[in-house]
Design a protein around this ligand. Structure first.
Ligand code: ZN
Length: 178
């Protein structure tokens, strides 16, 4: 059994804001990597974590984003970063699917596929939906400070992705002693 770090894709791995609003890229030419994430991801990989990006992409269902463009975006992500997997919910609210975050379907899918210990895994995001999913699956949540934290449960709020990784590495070392 392995431990994972789940990472929200938009704004953490690629740039996804426009004029202060959240805006996922809907075409390949809008896709911009967040290169500053590389060092943090490498540290997590060196610490032995499975790294899994998760993302809600309702524009697939709405017909505003093609599967082909999404697949190409994810090829770019996999080439740039040491990710083990990228899991996507392509649905919108009205679909009532089990995988649209804050629901935990993507995380359960990952746990099954990668044989993960969710109770020893971590979720990093800048949005409350991931913290809610983390609570459901029993993983620790680290939210990067943003306007989208909401008022629900989360375990830690941190300044940036590097601070999130510091917290995880520190938390793990205590866990192994205990
Ligand atoms: Zn879904």
């Amino acid at each position: 059994m392995k431990r994972a770090v789940f990472i929200e894709r938009d704004s953490l791995l690629n740039l996804a804001t426009k004029g202060g609003q959240q805006k996922s890229p809907t075409a390949l030419e809008e896709f911009r990597l967040n290169n500053s994430a590389l060092h943090a991801l490498q540290r997590l990989k060196t610490s032995g974590f499975i790294l899994i990006a998760t993302t809600n992409q309702p524009e697939i269902s709405r017909g505003n984003l093609s599967r082909r463009d999404l697949d190409q975006m994810h090829q770019i992500l996999r080439a740039a970063f040491p990710l083990d997997d990228i899991l996507v919910c392509p649905h919108e609210d009205d679909d009532h699917c089990p995988c649209r975050k804050p629901r935990a379907g993507l995380f359960h899918e990952a746990a099954f596929k990668w044989h993960l210990l969710l109770g020893q895994s971590y979720v990093i995001s800048h949005r409350w939906q991931d913290a809610e999913a983390a609570r459901t699956i029993g993983s620790l949540s680290l939210l990067i400070d943003s306007p989208w934290l909401g008022r629900g449960h989360h375990d830690f709020v941190v300044r940036d992705l590097d601070a999130a990784v510091d917290k995880i590495v520190d938390h793990c070392s205590h866990r192994q002693v205990a």
